[in-house]
Design a protein around this ligand. Sequence first.
Ligand code: URA
Length: 238
Amino acid sequence: MERLQKVIASCGYCSRRKAEDLIKEGKVYVNGHKVTKLGTCVNSSDIIVVENVELHQSKLEYYLLNKPRGVISSTNDDKSRKTVVDLIKTNTRIYPIGRLDYDTTGLIILTNDGTLANKLMHPKNKIEKTYVAKLNKIISMEDYFKLKKGIVIEGRKVKPTNLKIKSKSKNKDECIIEISIIEGRNHIVKKIFAHLGYEVIKLKRERYDFLTLGNLKSGEYRALSIKEVKKLYREERN
Ligand code: URA
């Protein structure tokens, strides 16, 4: 038996808090009966209807994918491009937690656990992500230190938690930089470097919180272990 608001959130319908509001507002029915009490528990055979939508309770699934280039980070695409969901063999309706651009590669998590997705995407939870970016020019020391101290993008300061120049190619005039940020804004790494006058010509996410790609090749994925899921849920995020 699980609390009703938790089950609604796990189905990906909305956050747990929003589910509590919907219950209090009388918009949730269990087996045809309106439920307004927050302590109510349900099991997997109960039929839950929220705002006239029947929820499908399914087993929770969690995957870590090494996203290839040219794949879109959503559940479907109006231009019929391949999505990250197409790469995972499951009959469950999973979705990516956050986004990587079409041309960005690397680590992305997919799940049908709405509670975890909401938790990880909430800015207060400060998930650190590490990217490796290839720039079209060698970064100047002045820009490197400017970025290290933090720069303002669209009115909000971004300060990398870690910044490392991995290599410089003098003949090609390119460099590779590792950058870790807490930020979750769309295209944030490209925006950071564009702000400083550089173009990101390749971008890969190598780490998401404590998770890394390990031996996964491009397009490969694996299920997360229960231990890893529990760690993502860890207490200090509540
Ligand atoms: N920042 C970007 O610019 N692109 C991504 O895909 C992820 C972070």
